[in-house]
Design a protein around this ligand. Structure first.
Ligand SMILES: NC(=O)c1ccc[n+]([C@@H]2O[C@H](COP(=O)([O-])OP(=O)(O)OC[C@H]3O[C@@H](n4cnc5c(N)ncnc54)[C@H](OP(=O)(O)O)[C@@H]3O)[C@@H](O)[C@H]2O)c1
Length: 323
């Protein structure tokens, strides 16, 4: 089978198509013939080496999110999965491949009416956005700011917050054109990356979902209302300044909270249930899968180059070519 490997940490050019033996599932795993493969910001961070400290080593198949048909199951896995169209998270075994291994506990059936490309655009991102808003104790009527809203997680967070009855859904993004597209998804106020540009935007927010972090994180934390909650889900601009902790403590009079969130901490059954509900909502047209472009698997380098230029709105997907 063809698979895309990270040969060494670096730019998009470190990705290479390799011919590998077809894998077979170990106990608890399934083998999936892929139909679509998700490409996310986290893949770029793993490829570059930014997540090396968390165990992301080179010499592996990149990617983690696939949709396709189960063709084989490992020991202990329900054989009725064979032949079903599923979405899955592969974990370390990697998803940029014609055949992908995944733990059976991650499998979510894809409903009729939802494409494989839509499934890999929504499955990971919308689930992260859903649980991150829950982690922030978001409730109907509250004001929300999504920082880094034009990416895979952000476009879903905007839609889920709007659908959940947010009083306002402000976003940060890098261009007015991207801002207009975010308005179509439910954003009410469009700010630039530094949080400027919408004079009528709320002065403070009950909830901030932060996908960016970096040097500007403290200035956004300062925009929380009293009892406001910021949840950090991503680090697109790198870590926050070292003295961020002191700034948080100094703001104690407003009882603001800062939390991190990782979907890894959500129990697998809860995750599957939420993903299945989000798929159903998407198949009914209540949530939009925002697909920037679909490219062939062998053009993974081009996909990563597109992410580097910052042109991607929503998510990219790869599709394996069939002989
Ligand atoms: N918590 C979890 O469970 C979980 C799960 C998966 C991934 N993640 C994390 O989430 C992040 C990826 O999220 P994603 O897939 O939504 O990313 P993405 O699709 O690459 O988009 C992130 C958006 O952030 C903005 N951005 C990028 N670099 C920026 C910078 N230097 N300063 C300000 N804004 C910047 C860009 O929009 P504009 O150009 O419009 O500003 C971009 O569209 C990674 O850090 C990953 O580790 C977390």
């Amino acid at each position: 089978m063809k698979a895309v490997m990270v040969q060494a940490f670096g730019g998009p050019e470190v990705l290479a198509v390799a011919d590998l033996p077809d894998p077979h599932p170990a106990a608890g795993q399934v083998l999936i013939t892929t139909e679509a493969i998700g490409v996310g910001g986290v893949d770029a961070l793993i490829r570059s080496g930014a997540l090396a400290a968390y165990g992301a080593a080179p010499g592996r198949i990149l990617g983690s999110e696939v949709a396709g048909t189960v063709t084989e199951v490992g020991e202990g896995v329900d054989t009725t999965w064979v032949g079903r169209r599923v979405w899955a998270l592969t974990g370390e075994s990697g998803g940029y491949a014609e055949q992908a291994l995944a733990p059976a506990e991650t499998l979510v059936p894809i409903p009729a009416g939802l494409s494989a490309v839509a499934a890999v655009t929504l499955g990971g991102s919308a689930t992260v956005a859903h649980f991150a808003l829950r982690h922030a104790h978001f409730t109907r009527g509250e004001s929300v700011l999504v920082r880094g809203a034009a990416g895979g997680i952000g476009v879903m967070a905007v839609q889920i917050a709007a659908r959940g009855g947010a009083g306002a859904v402000a976003v940060t993004t890098s261009s007015t054109e991207r801002g207009d597209r975010l308005r179509e998804l439910g954003a009410t106020h469009v700010l630039d990356r530094l949080g400027r540009g919408a004079p009528d935007a709320p002065g403070g927010y009950d909830v901030i979902l932060d996908i960016v972090a970096g040097a500007d994180l403290p200035s956004f934390f300062a925009r929380l209302e009293p009892n406001g909650r910021m949840v950090a889900v991503g680090v697109m601009a790198g870590p926050p300044p070292a003295d961020f902790g002191m700034e948080m403590v100094a703001a104690f009079r407003k009882s603001m909270s800062f939390a991190t969130f990782s979907a890894d901490t959500v129990p697998a059954p809860d995750r599957r249930a939420a993903t299945a509900e989000l798929f159903t909502a998407a198949s009914r047209g209540e949530l939009k899968a925002v697909v920037h472009e679909t490219l062939p698997l062998k053009q993974a380098v081009l996909a990563h180059q597109k992410m580097e230029t910052g042109e991607v709105f929503g998510r990219l997907a790869l599709t394996p070519s069939r002989k």
